[in-house]
Design a protein around this ligand. Structure first.
Ligand SMILES: [Zn+2]
Ligand SMILES: [Zn+2]
Length: 99
């Protein structure tokens, strides 16, 4: 029996990408180097620094096909997995900041 890990989403922060704040930002992690990114679940925009949502450095969904992990460059973003609660807290988020 396999239990799927929950996908955690950032609270209180509207997504700053082209979704106009409609999307939720999901925490995903690289299975190889454990880098954590935030992904808009509406349009797939990927923010490479979860603590600083910079649209200027975000990867748009259009450029995502074939995009690699921004940290190790070895794993496609499409293979990222849901980040664990402890990984999110290691970034400095408190449990009140995600759900
Ligand atoms: Zn968005
Ligand atoms: Zn990586």
């Amino acid at each position: 029996m396999q239990i799927d890990a929950p996908t955690w989403h950032l609270r209180h922060t509207p997504c700053p990408c082209v979704c106009g704040g409609e999307g939720s930002l999901a925490f995903l992690t690289c299975p190889q180097c454990s880098a954590v990114v935030l992904v808009c679940d509406e349009v797939g925009t990927t923010f490479i620094d979860p603590r600083s949502l910079q649209v200027s450095t975000a990867l748009s969904a259009l450029s995502l096909s074939g995009a690699q992990c921004p940290s190790c460059q070895h794993v496609p973003l499409s293979s990222f997995e849901p980040a664990s609660s402890s990984q999110i807290q290691a970034l400095g988020f408190t449990p009140a900041e995600y759900r």
